[in-house]
Ligand binder design. Sequence first.
Ligand code: TRP
Length: 321
Amino acid sequence: MRVLTGITPSGTLHIGNYFGAMRPAIELQEGGDAFYFIADYHSMTAVTDAAERRDFSLGIALDWLACGLDPAKAVFWRQSAVPEVCELTWLIGSLTPVGLLERAHSYKDKTAKGISPNFGLFAYPVLMAADILLYDTNVVPVGRDQKQHLEMTRDIAIKFNQVYGEVLVVPKEQIRDNVAVVPGLDGQKMSKSYGNTIEIFADEKAVRKKIMGIVMDSRTPAEPKPDADKNLAIQLLKLVAPPDVAADFEARLRAGGLGYGDLKKKLFECYWEYFAAARAKRAELAANLDQVEEVLRDGAERARAVAGPVMQRVRRACGID
Ligand code: TRP
């Protein structure tokens, strides 16, 4: 049962990414056949600076390795290190109806925002389908926002198989609905585009300032707060504090007598502690970049060992062998 997912290198990760996507993916690596890649080809439409792309790709690699991705358990590589994915993009793209791509939500959203569409943006779902199909993937764990892309991948694979014979494995989606939606600093869903994030790896002072700056209501510390479970700092505390500590603070807030300042201080402390080991690991990796590149090289080799035979099958079926 091969599980595969791609990670777009688009800057700094926040704790919403961590609890929503990274932690579940890292848990899945225990299953033994997890393939995770850094989708640098997918970043072409968003990033046009070479140094920035290099930084983002490497940064994402450090983040994931620091947070527990274990290259002994999961295959981890840069998408562009297996360029056959571009060849497969062309082959399946030649069977992909324009109408299908025109209906893609992410494409429609971006063009509606005034982003001038180019071929890459339009073909993004085809490249994503190739990512998945190139590795005989069975299951793709993604967020709800990627559901339509998965449906398109299935449509494309089925069409290809109808035309050229049973060549491609038709994957199943696994929508992560049961994971925590992490609230941001303003109470909305945490998202880079809302500017309400708490980064996983950021300067201590900067995060402390963000957390201490969370706006709360004007009730006095002494007042009991029957709605303590709705308090943003309590919700965040439940993610990063030991369960008994979170329960204790919630009870104290409910009963009255706990000030918001003390609550936020505790939240910062627990956040800092929660990611302490990952922070140390990341610093160690950053001081040994050769080792990180070696991990990615080794991952690419293992990925390629799977992609090679699939491509051979595909080429033979199409008559370009
Ligand atoms: N488009 C995905 C996202 O933005 C990233 C991605 C690229 C991906 N290729 C993939 C996810 C293949 C799953 C499988 O999150």
